[in-house]
Design a protein around this ligand. Structure first.
Ligand code: 5GP
Length: 197
């Protein structure tokens, strides 16, 4: 597959993490971009695996040092994509998968569009929005996973409205009603874009 810069966004609870995990299992040539964040680790999350967990001061230093390709505030916490690993993976012919919010996705879109035609990052850019079947289903899923406090669930649902309103900015939209069907659609998009179909 030609190297792809895959950007996936979704409201929290749409099933994006599961879809990302399935992709990473099937395609070893895709590297997951580990973001940094100021939020506290959840459940089994590990520093350097799921996220780089930074203090607000450290995060600001990374921004000031130009170490982030994009950054945004999501649900009251700071999140950002370290630029180095993305460039290194691409230089090695790997694809990169970024699981970021709609603001970060727009920043990456602007970044690649400013690159000269023919630049591999620009050529390989593909942005996909994962949609839940409905907001009611999103609430059911967030409550069912039991990871977030009731306040956090309300914040995430409120933010979901804003994120859903920006779904049209993405080149591709995949509704995650049935996981297997959503995965197959996602896979087809990447295989076509990567020149395999
Ligand atoms: P969570 O706290 O549930 O892991 O992630 C919350 C939101 O932050 C998700 O929508 C996720 O895609 C987004 N996010 C995670 N990493 C980044 C990042 O590096 N940049 C941006 N802009 N958003 C991120």
């Amino acid at each position: 597959m030609k190297p792809l810069l895959i950007v996936m966004s979704a409201p929290s609870g749409a099933g994006k993490s599961t879809l990302c995990d399935l992709l990473l299992q099937e395609f070893p040539e895709i590297t997951y971009s580990i973001s940094c964040t100021t939020r506290a680790p959840r459940g089994e999350e590990e520093d350097g695996v799921d996220y780089f967990f930074l203090s607000p001061g450290e995060f600001e230093r990374w921004v000031a040092e130009g170490r982030l390709l994009e950054h945004a505030t999501v649900h009251g916490n700071r999140y950002g994509t370290p630029a180095g690993p993305v460039r290194e993976a691409f230089a090695e012919g790997q694809s990169v998968l970024m699981d970021i919010d709609v603001v970060g996705a727009a920043a990456v879109r602007r970044y690649v569009e400013a690159l000269p035609a023919g630049d591999p990052l620009r050529e390989g850019f593909v942005d996909i929005f994962i949609e839940p079947p409905s907001v009611a289903e999103l609430r059911r899923r967030l409550e069912g996973r039991g990871e977030d406090s009731p306040e956090s669930i309300e914040t995430r649902l409120k933010n979901a409205e804003g994120e859903l309103a920006r779904a049209h900015e993405f080149a591709y939209r995949v509704v995650n009603d049935d996981l297997r069907m959503a995965y197959n659609r996602l896979r087809d998009i990447l295989l076509v874009k990567g020149g395999e179909l």
